[in-house]
Design a protein around this ligand. Structure first.
Ligand SMILES: Cc1cc2nc3c(=O)[nH]c(=O)nc-3n(C[C@H](O)[C@H](O)[C@H](O)COP(=O)(O)O)c2cc1C
Length: 241
């Protein structure tokens, strides 16, 4: 099974998105998946101009000369696409959105009727499944609601099945490994199991997802830890006045 992994976090390898992706991809690899990992932050991906040149003048070809065609070829050869993005202001990062807009290259301009309304036919193969991996700072799964809905619609637009979402709220609590080693290990183990389940079963069980998003500390402790971190950061800044 070929999986293309799109990490759309601007902090790339240094970020929590990658910290969550790592065990997930270990689990997927253990089940025999072949992974292609794309760090969008290292790629040149220009914004869609909305010119529709790729629809008619040069069908399937964009006016931009950037890294997207090579990524499109990899996507087309994949069985599953994993979109990994942190929550930024209740949605995906702008890196992710610029990338997603460019996926219009997969669509033929004509409309076709389906039982769910009109859509465009695919002009080339798009992965049969789309899976979301996301992290966010606030506690509570509801912080992912707009992103999950958006990703479900993107899957529908691209004739792909939304295969679920691995979501880790209060992501900074995974840094409390010294204080809560068993709880953090439990979460990280569940993330690895989720990667294995996705490859083995085509989706991740509710039980595994619940363990991944489970509380590591209380909201009060999260708030206290975060506030004291930022107080220290603020105090260590040089005063220019
Ligand atoms: C510009 C920006 C906006 C953010 N907006 C939200 C938000 O709306 N809700 C939330 O829970 N976390 C939010 N966060 C926290 C991020 O989801 C969190 O810092 C995450 O770890 C970032 O991913 P990374 O570590 O891979 O860079 C935001 C962070 C940034 C930098």
């Amino acid at each position: 099974m070929n999986i293309i992994v799109i990490n759309a976090a601007p902090r790339m390898e240094a970020g929590n998105t990658q910290a969550v992706l790592n065990p997930f991809l270990v689990g997927a690899r253990q089940e025999g998946a072949k992974l292609d990992i794309v760090l969008l932050g290292k790629k040149k991906i220009n914004q869609c101009l909305g010119c529709f040149t790729c629809y008619a003048s040069t069908p399937g070809e964009c006016v931009h000369d950037d890294d997207m065609p090579a990524i499109v070829a990899k996507i087309s050869a994949a069985d599953i696409m994993i979109l990994a993005t942190p929550v930024y202001l209740d949605g995906m990062t702008s890196l992710a959105k610029s990338f997603v807009d460019r996926l219009v290259i997969f669509l033929d301009p004509h409309f076709e009727q389906t039982e769910n309304g009109l859509r465009h036919p695919l002009r080339m193969a798009f992965p049969k499944k789309l899976f979301l991996v996301s992290v966010c700072g606030y506690p509570g799964l509801s912080n992912f609601d707009p992103l999950v809905l958006h990703t479900q619609r993107i899957a529908k637009n691209l004739h792909s099945q939304f295969a679920g979402a691995l979501l880790r709220p209060a992501v900074f609590s995974i840094l409390l490994g010294k204080k809560y080693p068993d709880r953090v290990k439990n979460v990280m183990d569940a993330i690895r199991i989720a990667g294995a389940e996705l490859v083995r079963n085509g989706g991740v069980s509710e039980q595994t997802l619940a363990t991944v998003s489970g509380d590591i500390c209380t909201v009060e402790e999260l708030m206290k830890t975060a506030n004291s971190y930022w107080d220290k950061e603020l105090a260590s800044q040089p005063r220019l006045w």
